[in-house]
Design a protein around this ligand. Structure first.
Ligand SMILES: [Zn+2]
Length: 258
């Protein structure tokens, strides 16, 4: 470390949401942050395990902070120097369902975003949904909109506007199915040509089409029927599993709780 000239060190700051924190060695912690300016970053918080003075509760998952850190350009871990809490959400811990739903959102962002790839829109989406968690209007089905918009922001958007085989635009009088492998809806004329189709009603497709277009703060207005939510949940879960090759641990915990 001492052989690295200090001129290479950049001192930076960004707003961030804390994704996770774990102990590292005798006295340090490793913190995974989703920052507004630099995307997902892993940082070392020196002395954070031994003393809480320097970082306080600023390293708790879900906390919205302003992080000040030193970074050697694209080499190793950045070093968290200090943080200032903008908003903390201790109420999340009062309700196990909120903890599980929230942990799932953090895990999705941690898993799907490449390190040091800037996505300020993902930061705003995550911050909005973390704030929504402590709102009394929060419903678990809102996670479907979080998943859908996050996938789209990261380039995995399911095609719900036209048949993925013949490209014909969605029409309400048709009955569609969803192909996880092809990444979108399949019209009746093309369904014989594709294996492993999932049911997806027009009501669910139209709800998701709206969810793609809507301003994020308006998303909580959208409401699923129980059947629509179940098929939408299944479709997005399979879609996620196909893209990351496994299911997030917190999603399995959520299913066990349900
Ligand atoms: Zn077709």
């Amino acid at each position: 470390m001492s052989s690295v000239p200090t001129v290479l060190m950049r001192h930076l700051c960004s707003q961030a949401v804390v994704l996770r924190t774990f102990d590292f060695g005798e006295s340090d912690k490793i913190v995974s942050l989703f920052t507004e300016e630099f995307g997902r970053l892993r940082l070392i918080a020196k002395g954070a395990k031994r003393s809480r003075k320097r970082f306080g509760s600023g390293l708790e998952p879900f906390t919205h902070i302003e992080a000040f850190f030193a970074d050697r350009e694209y080499r190793g871990l950045a070093r968290l120097e200090r943080c200032h809490i903008i908003a903390a959400f201790p109420q999340i811990a009062d309700d196990v369902r909120r903890v599980v739903c929230g942990t799932y959102m953090l895990e999705l962002v941690d898993t799907l975003t490449p390190e040091r790839e800037r996505h300020p829109e993902v930061f705003l989406l995550l911050l909005f949904f973390v704030s929504l968690l402590i709102h009394e209007a929060f419903r678990e089905e809102m996670l479907r909109f979080f998943e859908l918009r996050l996938f789209a922001m990261l380039g995995y958007q399911p095609q719900l506007m036209r048949c993925v085989i013949c490209r014909a635009a969605f029409q309400v009088q048709h009955h569609y199915k969803f192909s996880v492998k092809r990444g979108g809806i399949v019209c009746p004329a093309c369904q014989d040509r594709v294996a492993e189709l999932l049911p997806l009603s027009n009501g669910t497709i139209r709800l998701f089409q709206q969810a793609m277009r809507m301003d994020i703060p308006k998303l909580p207005r959208l409401v699923f029927s129980p059947a629509e939510h179940e098929e939408g949940r299944l479709m997005l879960t399979k879609f996620l599993e196909y893209h990351i090759g496994r299911l997030p641990r917190s999603l399995m915990v959520m299913e066990q709780l349900a």
